[in-house]
Design a protein around this ligand. Structure first.
Ligand code: ADP
Ligand code: MG
Length: 354
């Protein structure tokens, strides 16, 4: 088995807590991302799984083995860093063979495994090249091959794409995801880039200030954020001031400018309590449309043409919100100054306590 369990995993540097009691279970074969802003403790968590950082307290289990006290080379993991430069004085084949030579494997076996690893990363025939003859993306593929050739139980990736330019990053994220699925290897991927995490992951753990604040599928995280931090860190959200009208949980109503607006939200709320109502721009409907489940009077402030999308800024009472509409034929356009009605599906909004 190669699932990973973190139990109350903690790392302090003096008074500074870098990772504060994380509990996580990462399933065998899963692509799990740790997503969060710089400094929130992602790399420290990954390095504790790898064994490069010794936890202050807590445990790391791989399969049923408690590996907390084991050095990295005894954990059967492979790790790739952001700037994992390959050795410049060795060609690709020797770079990949390096770990196997250390393990004193027979020469013929090493040659076969190097060929196999290069095929896995789509670089067959690159054996004799040197670092200066490889693009950034190819160097990261060699770094991956160097790790995969040792057949680790766990693959750990720390921002492996962040040194690459945008178009290469786009291409590599689909490629890494495809390779991971094909190999079925349990993978923990560290990134501050929400697009990477949403595109690649089976599940995401969102980190904030040394803690994991929400774990879920990309859809859960994007559509059912549990906190204002999660909703604003992942994509754009409109955050409106509201007060609790009635109810709680799945069937509740908030008041915006005195108008009742149905939504879902947390339990245990008091009527009149201040709360935020969160709606993604792509879910804001604009129109006179009489069938909209929610109808709030608004005024168009601006219209911005963005090719596939048209973005509107709208004033709703004293608040400003953003709506994005597909630019498709038949979609009416609205000039600045136009009075409109806006609304959304109540299940596409979330009331969150600030
Ligand atoms: P992330 O990868 O999410 O950007 P890190 O895990 O690298 O964050 O760091 C988390 C926090 O721990 C940061 O505040 C960082 O400065 C601190 N930190 C990391 N490593 C060390 C270290 N070796 N000594 C002291 N502080 C550290
Ligand atoms: Mg980091």
């Amino acid at each position: 088995m190669s699932d990973i369990q973190l139990k109350q995993l903690t790392k302090s540097y003096g008074n500074h807590v870098a990772v504060a009691g994380i509990d996580l279970h990462i399933a065998e074969g899963e692509f799990f991302s740790l997503l969060g802003p710089s400094g929130c403790g992602k790399s420290t968590t990954l390095r504790m799984i790898a064994g490069f950082v010794q936890p202050t307290s807590g445990e790391v289990l791989i399969g049923s083995d408690d590996v907390t006290a084991l050095p990295p080379e005894k954990r059967d993991i492979g790790i790739v860093f952001q700037n994992y430069a390959i050795f410049p004085h060795m060609n690709v084949a020797d770079n990949i063979a390096f770990g196997l030579k250390l393990r004193k494997r027979p020469r013929e076996e090493i040659r076969k495994q190097v060929t196999h690893a290069l095929t896995q990363v789509g670089l067959s025939g690159y054996e004799d090249r040197y670092q200066r003859q490889l693009s950034g993306g190819e160097q990261q593929r060699v770094a991956l091959a160097r790790v995969l050739v040792t057949e680790p139980r766990i693959l750990l990736l720390d921002e492996p794409l962040s040194a690459l330019d945008k178009s290469l990053r786009e291409e590599m994220k689909y490629w890494i995801k495809g390779l991971q699925k094909k190999l079925g290897i349990t993978t923990v991927y560290v990134t501050h880039d929400q697009d990477e995490a949403l595109t690649m992951s089976d599940r995401i753990g969102v980190m904030q200030k040394a803690q994991v604040v929400q774990v879920g599928t990309p859809q859960d995280i994007y559509e059912r954020p549990k906190t204002l931090f999660v909703t604003t860190f992942i994509g754009h959200s409109n955050v409106m001031d509201a007060t609790v009208g009635s109810g709680a949980g799945q069937d509740m109503t908030v008041l915006i400018d005195g108008k009742p607006v149905p939504t879902r939200g947390p339990e245990n709320l008091a009527p009149g309590q201040a709360i935020k109502l969160v709606v993604r721009p792509e879910n804001v409907l604009i129109g006179p449309d009489e069938t909209m489940p929610i109808r709030l009077p608004a005024t168009v402030l601006s219209e911005t043409y963005q090719g596939a999308l048209v973005r509107y800024h709208l004033a709703v009472g004293g608040q400003e919100i953003v709506a994005e509409r597909q630019n498709q034929s038949g979609n009416e356009r609205f000039d600045p100054g136009t009075p409109v009605m806006i609304g959304w599906d109540p299940h596409r909004s979330e009331a969150l306590v600030a």
